[in-house]
Design a protein around this ligand. Structure first.
Ligand code: ME8
Length: 688
């Protein structure tokens, strides 16, 4: 390995208030693909991911889950790590912001900022969005956060401030001089406009809660969670450490080459972070690359919206590479893109099972059958055709094109170009009909057969090498079947036509991409549904104030605690921890009404779900409820129920659910028991 070439790439560190979903998996697997390619190209690659564990949001989440913030963080951080291991993510390091190495580094950064005169004390009175852990200078009391829409909270406290206003010019100069610092261009323009609009000093400490890193010399204050979190990129590679090896590590890897993030956290990464680094006189990262959002059912996949899909669901049914290929090929990197189970299965079948899978299995099977499993010698002179040359030329061009596109983060187009080559060679095989040539006698035919199969195998090798960072597991298998050993030892920088060892013995040939049938889609949908209901029933999920609210909002299942708990019915992002009291105003936000079931039927393919039509006086609502294990649909018709009427609608199994039926959870299995009245109550009556 060339020690001179290093590459340091990071994912955001993920909040531990939410369990991982495909959105988190997306950023991480994109970074993984980039890191894998860099490693194959000979770069000394450091790939960092981890979890963001401090702050008011996490403290409240822990309180709501009746546990300590540390235990809470331990549990969710372990879930992230398990998922990334399961996804075969090749991270070099997983940092947790509660680790001593990180705390020490953050305090060191604080001291430097202080020494250089960038920190002062003042009083902050204004609005704060706990969900985004962000100050909202533009908001008045009661206003929603402009980013997430949740109601901001008024805070008034003596804080430490960072002189962000002093950095504007230096930042603008940097954006100007380093056009590649923020990518893509649209995001760069957004950031420039934001900074040109004027920067106010930033409050960088909080004193009204405890869960954070203490301010050096003033432990009544904890360091603002974004200053804490952003520093992870430096502390993970040794910033602030007293250990010599760690210091050398920092020298070696800092600055990061790429911070990969979702577009919603661009301001923190492109304004605050470089400002902190400039003030501390540390080198800036080379690039911040912001991708778009994965959408599900047309809105951003996020826990608070309740429209998440877990990566495990796709992995369980179709494998890691199916998920990776889909996300890299289908989503235009940088833009928002929709996720759907149908589309994953379609892509998997067409590109992997059909195109690459067929190329691999028929080429290798024929080499086994006609050449005893040894790579045949292409005849340089006898029985050549121009079709052979065109395939070779396309392969050579693809190596260049793929590399340029992939290195420019245009994963979809890079894969498209590799698959165009696969398409060409599949067509070549159909036209050259090696299976017919094999039946003909004579040396010339034998030579022709050798050339055709060599050409196909060489394309297979080239595509396998190029696609390895994107779909590492299946390409490692194909590489092995080609008899080439460990693909991770291959030097991708030297990839060119003609490296397939002539006479080389194939490995054991087996299908790599079994076709997925229609039931795959149903299985994934069912798994998602069941996992959501299961978590809700067993309460295994770490419940945050917004988690609890979104659990109520998200799922029509009524196997949740008996009646809506106060914490479960505050709006997402609302501030009441479960063990504290809520005001009557909070309670009144929940609109509960008496409804009458007009119609009820089972939801096809979902054991636990019923589709109900419920008359609530002013209208008839469709509600999808997880009560099928306890109630026969026919017996519900005419029954009066209690419905939470002002929940955001949610789709389940393609059906929109408009509200939640209130039920107790009873017995060992937590079966639902519908709330009801002894006296007769009119339809539409409000509960209060
Ligand atoms: O923001 N589509 O953490 P977070 C695409 N702790 N990517 C998505 C996504 C979606 N629907 N949902 C999440 C934080 N992501 C802070 C970061 S860094 C110093 C601190 C990905 O748990 C995407 O990368 O909210 C996004 O930026 C990140 O998860 C947000 O994770």
């Amino acid at each position: 390995m060339d020690k001179g070439k290093k590459f340091y790439i990071t994912t955001p560190i993920y909040y531990v208030n939410a369990r991982p979903h495909i959105g988190h998996a997306y950023t991480t697997l994109v970074c993984d693909a980039v890191a894998r390619r860099k490693r194959l190209l000979g770069y000394d690659t450091y790939f960092l991911t981890g979890t963001d564990e401090h702050g008011q949001k996490i403290e409240r989440s822990a309180t709501a889950a009746a546990t300590t913030p540390q235990k809470f963080a331990d549990q969710v951080a372990a879930e992230f790590r398990r998922l990334f291991d399961r996804m075969n993510i090749s991270y070099s390091d997983f940092i947790r912001t509660t680790e001593p190495r990180h705390k020490q580094g953050v305090q060191e950064l604080w001291k430097r900022l202080q020494e250089k005169g960038f920190i002062y004390k003042g009083t902050y009175t204004g609005q704060y969005c706990v969900y985004d852990e962000a100050y909202v200078d533009s908001a008045k009391p009661g206003d929603p956060c402009p980013d997430c829409g949740r109601i901001t909270e008024t805070v008034s406290e003596e804080n430490y401030y960072f002189k962000l206003s002093a950095m504007a010019e230096q930042l603008l100069k940097h954006y100007q001089q380093t056009p590649d610092f923020i990518r893509p261009e649209t995001r760069r323009n957004e950031v420039i406009a934001f900074v040109k609009g004027g920067l106010r000093d930033l409050s960088i400490s909080r004193s009204t809660f405890k869960w954070g890193i203490p301010v050096p010399g003033d432990p009544k204050h904890v360091i603002y969670v974004w200053l804490d979190a952003l520093s992870n990129y430096a502390t993970a590679v040794g910033f602030g450490s007293k250990d010599k090896d760690e210091q050398q590590k920092f020298e070696r890897y800092w600055p990061a080459d790429v911070h990969m993030i979702g577009k919603e956290i661009i301001r923190f990464h492109c304004v605050y972070w470089p400002a902190f680094l400039m003030a501390a006189e540390l080198p800036l990262p080379k690039a911040v690359i912001a991708h778009g959002w994965l959408l599900f059912e047309e809105s951003k996949m996020s826990k608070s919206r309740g429209n998440i899909v877990r990566a495990e669901t796709v992995i369980d049914v179709l494998g890691n590479d199916a998920l990776r290929y889909f996300l890299l090929r289908e989503i235009v990197f940088g833009q928002d893109g929709s996720f759907s189970f149908d589309a994953v299965v379609q892509r998997y079948n067409s590109d992997l099972a059909n195109d690459l899978g067929n190329l691999s299995s028929r080429t290798l099977t024929m080499i086994n059958r006609y050449f005893g499993g040894s790579i045949p010698y292409p005849s340089p002179l006898v029985a050549k055709k121009s079709a052979d040359d065109s395939v070779r030329e396309q392969a050579q061009a693809t190596i260049v094109e793929f590399s340029e596109l992939f290195d420019a983060y245009q994963f979809s187009r890079a894969l498209e170009s590799a698959w165009a080559l696969v398409g060409s060679v599949n067509k070549y095989l159909v036209e050259e009909e090696p299976w017919i040539v094999a039946e003909k006698e004579g040396e010339e035919n034998k030579a022709r057969l050798a050339t055709i199969l060599y050409t196909a195998a060489e394309v297979l090798r080239i595509v396998t090498a190029l696609a390895h960072p994107a779909i590492p597991e299946s390409t490692a298998k194909i590489w092995n079947q080609l008899g080439l050993g460990d693909i991770d030892k291959f030097n991708l920088a030297e990839l060119k036509w003609g490296q397939l060892p002539l006479g080389g013995k194939l490995g054991k040939v087996e299908p790599v991409f079994p076709r997925a049938d229609k039931s795959a889609i149903e299985r994934m949908q069912r798994m998602e549904q069941e996992r959501a209901l299961e978590k809700e029933r067993t309460g295994q999920a770490p419940q945050t104030e917004s988690a609890a609210a979104s659990a109520a909002a998200q799922s029509p299942a009524t196997t949740a605690p008996a009646a809506p708990q106060p914490a479960a019915v505050t709006a997402p992002g609302a501030s009441a921890p479960a063990d504290s009291k809520i005001s009557i105003d909070d309670f009144l936000k929940v609109e509960m009404r008496v409804g009458q079931v007009k119609n009820a039927e089972r939801v096809k393919g979902a054991d636990k779900l019923l589709r109900l039509e419920v008359d609530i006086g002013t209208e008839v609502r469709q509600v999808v409820a997880g009560i099928a294990l306890a109630y026969e649909p026919e017996k519900l018709i005419g029954r009066k129920v209690v419905i939470v009427a002002n929940l955001a609608p949610r789709k389940l199994r393609g059906l929109e659910s408009n509200g939640m039926i209130v039920a107790a959870s009873a017995g060992d299995q937590g079966l639902p028991v519908l709330a009801s009245f002894l006296e007769d109550v009119p339809i539409g009556a409000k509960l209060k």
